[in-house]
Design a binder for this molecule. Structure first.
Ligand code: NDP
Length: 322
């Protein structure tokens, strides 16, 4: 099969399109013919070596396709099933393995394109708004990078719940997209002081939760946007990791809560995975969650997809096609 291989860590150029042996499913695993592959920030962290992987490796964890073989003991899926997952091993390939209990069977009305696009960003927006800080009607929330993949979904879910969403973005074009998705107000955080803007927009009342995927450039100032006992949900670091800080700062700012969640811990059991994925796919089917697929890039040009995501040129999901 053809796959992207990382033989040494580094920039996008280290991703080589190579021919390697087809994987063979072990007990409990399924082999999937990939139709669409999700590109995520975490793939770039592995490519750069920030997160360690044994070399050489095939990057990627997300995608959707059709089961073509199963290992012994697999009952959750069968050959011919259309499935999606965020737990493939080496998703940037024509064929990829996953543990069968990490696969989500797609309903008839959801294609593999939507399935691949919905999984990681959709379940992230779902767990952030239902479990990390359960958003209620009337709550005020701040969503950083509101025109990004997760950001656009958070705006939609916030509006659906009846919360007031303020979104930060870097350009006017992105502001328009965030508005369309459900942000009542947007802040150009590359030009405006977002703390002052949040205070102005809320009449000094501040927000109940900040969903922060940007990290280094937004984290500390975000703490000044929160109500007493507000929730700081730092779920990413698109601008770089947050520098070490003294947890005592959470006290004078209002006995704030801080969490650094990751999707894996919110889909820990097959039951929880089925619940979160099921909700997201239901919303996609009934139109209450609209997926914004920014671009599809042929697998051979995976480096281009990484450059676009790192260069802030995307708004929504980036998919690779094998
Ligand atoms: P996005 O589509 O949000 O892309 C990143 C966006 O971040 C950019 O478009 C840009 O928006 C903003 N940004 C701000 N500063 C920078 C910078 N220096 N370099 C690049 N981008 C910057 O990506 P995703 O929706 O796929 O993911 C968002 C973040 O959430 C990632 O950090 C990812 O790792 C994390 N994540 C975490 C999960 C978890 O469970 N913890 C699960 C899924 C994603 P703008 O131009 O408007 O500033």
């Amino acid at each position: 099969m053809r796959a992207i291989r990382v033989n040494e860590t580094g920039g996008p150029e280290v991703m080589q399109y190579e021919t390697i042996d087809d994987p063979v499913p072990a007990a409990g695993e399924a082999l999937v013919q990939m139709e669409f592959i999700g590109v995520n920030f975490i793939d770039m962290y592995h490519r750069k070596g920030l997160y360690k992987s044994a070399l050489p490796f095939t990057p990627g964890t997300e995608g959707a396709g059709t089961v073509v073989a199963v290992g012994s003991g697999v009952t959750a899926v069968k050959v011919g099933d259309r499935v999606a997952s965020t737990n493939f091993v080496g998703a940037y390939a024509q064929l990829a393995l996953a543990k069968s209990d990490r696969l989500v069977r797609l309903p008839e009305s959801v294609g593999t394109r939507e399935g691949a696009a919905a999984m990681l960003q959709g379940m992230t927006a779902q767990y952030l708004t239902t479990s990390v800080y359960p958003l209620k009607a009337g709550d005020r929330c701040l969503v950083h990078a509101a025109a990004g993949g997760v950001g656009l979904l958070l705006c939609q879910l916030g509006r659906r719940i009846g919360a007031h969403v303020i979104g930060t973005v870097s350009t006017e074009e992105k502001a328009a997209l965030a508005h369309q998705a459900g942000a009542e107000a947007t802040i150009l955080y590359t030009k405006q002081d977002f703390v002052a803007e949040v205070l102005r927009l809320t009449g000094g009342a501040k927000v109940h939760v900040v969903y922060d995927s940007v990290g280094a450039t937004t984290f500390l100032k975000s703490l000044d946007c929160l109500v007493v006992r507000g929730m700081m949900a730092l779920f990413g670091q698109s601008s770089g990791p947050v520098a070490p800080f003294d947890p005592n700062i959470l006290n004078p700012k209002g006995s704030l809560f801080l969490t650094r969640p990751t999707l894996g811990h919110y889909v820990h059991t097959p039951e929880e995975l089925a619940w979160r994925a099921g909700e997201v796919l239901t919303w996609v089917r009934d139109g209450s969650l609209v997926l914004n697929i920014d671009r599809e890039v042929p697998l051979v040009h995976a480096a281009e997809a990484h450059r676009a995501l790192e260069g802030r040129r995307t708004t929504g999901k980036v998919l690779l096609t094998p």
